[in-house]
Design a protein around this ligand. Structure first.
Ligand code: DOR
Length: 428
């Protein structure tokens, strides 16, 4: 069935487009975009026409950092539930991290994920394979094998690559295959025993702190290694001012480095932890107000290229327990869009800047042909009602995760339709 989407505000940063008009979807692709499109009476029977007056139509959102937990931890999330959450959140593509059981460190696991996504998924899934076998930080994966199987990047996310030598080799080797290395930047010795951001709030709460330097020293190391090797580096979940500053400097030197932050780092601070609520426990931890402001500046000046959720579902078994024993992580797929829009409502970003960070920017980093409304491109698109005001309700989510720190937040802007490769994947 073809789709004619009428009278939307079409925002496509990749093509510098922001105009009201119609979009025609045919055979799974963007067939035409114009201020007014007509279909002849002979075609009307095969075209669904929707009037989207008052709504925005943007390229299907891309989340380059999620945890789908399958294989191995299906009680927390499955590829089916995680991608259903993604579609409900407006995402048509997600890149999933390899810290599953077994770890995605070989072609067989990469292929399994792609097959399950094909069979059960509600959006496109791009597997990220590990840098090291079993995330142990010792032996590199067979890069050519995982790339040929469909991996789009390498990362030991959830853990850092502590060995500078392994990181050097990974950057050198992966660049031959044009794969980026996604760095979970954390010095485990500086972070050891830490439960939240180091500072006055941690002292008051009696919780051991994780200094921003635990992240920033590894960001600095990896930027230096990327400069030296010429490899392609992407820094995951940037949380603090020091990291932003170091990435900014590296970019100015021409280093091939990109970076993402997550909505919780520009909407929440360490103050959220005053009641020891484990829903706010995440790695890297929520930081100070000063760090939050620096993250916003990094988004404005482009130091932070992308926004990714780091969707990390856990069950009550991991979260409804003592703070120090609780798992790190927050779910994010079904709350991301309205939180990103908060950056528009407070004047931080323009619509085109904000949309680019969840569409064309992650597509470029992962070298994927998505995230645009170019004619002929796969018809991935998301329709947003920018004026809808509502309360985020975890009970309505598709994700199996129970760990949404934004439950109960009053927000503005809602996904009403998600189309992936021409197929309706979610509609409200
Ligand atoms: O909070 C986090 N949770 N940070 C990570 O790096 C890993 C993730 C997870 O897998 O739960």
């Amino acid at each position: 069935m073809d789709l004619l989407l009428r009278n939307a505000r079409v925002i496509d940063p990749a093509n510098d487009r922001d105009q009201t008009g119609d979009v025609l979807v045919s055979a799974g692709r963007i067939a035409d975009i114009a201020p007014r499109l007509e279909v002849g009476p002979e075609r009307l029977a095969s075209v669904t026409v929707l009037d989207l007056t008052g709504n925005w139509l943007v390229p299907g959102l891309i989340d380059m950092h999620v945890h789908l937990r399958e294989p191995g931890d299906e009680y927390k999330e499955t590829i089916a539930s995680g991608t259903a959450a993604a579609a409900a959140g407006g995402f048509t593509t997600v890149a999933c991290m390899p810290n599953t059981k077994p770890v995605n460190d070989c072609a067989a696991v990469t292929q399994f994920i792609l097959r399950r996504a094909e069979e059960t998924g509600s959006c496109r899934v791009l597997p990220v394979a590990a840098v090291s076998r079993n995330l142990e930080g010792r032996q590199m994966v067979e890069v050519g094998d995982v790339r040929d199987a469909g991996a789009v990047a390498l990362s030991d996310d959830g853990r850092p690559v502590m060995s500078a030598q392994l990181m050097r080799r990974a950057l050198e080797y992966a660049s031959r295959f044009d794969l980026p290395i996604i760095s979970h930047a954390e010095d485990l010795e500086l972070a050891r025993g830490g439960q939240m951001n180091e500072g006055a709030v941690a002292t008051q709460l009696g919780l051991h702190g994780i200094p921003t330097a635990a992240e920033a020293v590894m960001v600095a190391r990896d930027c230096l290694l990327a400069e030296w090797t010429g490899g392609r580096l992407h820094i995951a979940h940037v949380s603090c001012a020091d990291s932003v500053r170091i990435i900014r400097t590296a970019k100015a030197r021409g280093v091939s480095v990109s970076a993402e932050t997550a909505p919780h780092y520009f909407t929440l601070t360490e103050d959220a932890l005053v009641d020891y609520d484990t829903v706010y426990k995440v790695n890297p931890p929520l930081r100070s107000r000063k760090d939050l402001e620096a993250i916003k500046e990094g988004l404005v000046d482009g130091t932070l290229d992308a926004i990714a959720t780091d969707h990390a579902p856990h069950s009550s078994v991991e979260k409804d327990i003592e703070f120090d024993a609780a798992a790190n992580g927050m779910i994010g797929l079904e709350s991301a869009l309205p939180l990103i829009l908060e950056l528009l409502w407070d004047g931080t970003l323009t619509p085109a800047q904000a949309i680019a960070k969840v569409t064309v920017q992650p597509a470029r980093i992962l070298r994927q042909p998505y995230g645009t409304l170019t004619i002929g491109a796969p018809a991935d698109l998301t329709v947003i009602d920018p004026d809808a005001r509502y309360t985020l309700d975890q009970a309505s989510f598709r994700s199996k995760g129970c760990n949404c720190p934004f439950h109960g937040r009053e927000v503005r802007g809602r996904v009403v339709l998600t189309v992936g490769a021409g197929r309706v994947r979610f509609s409200r």
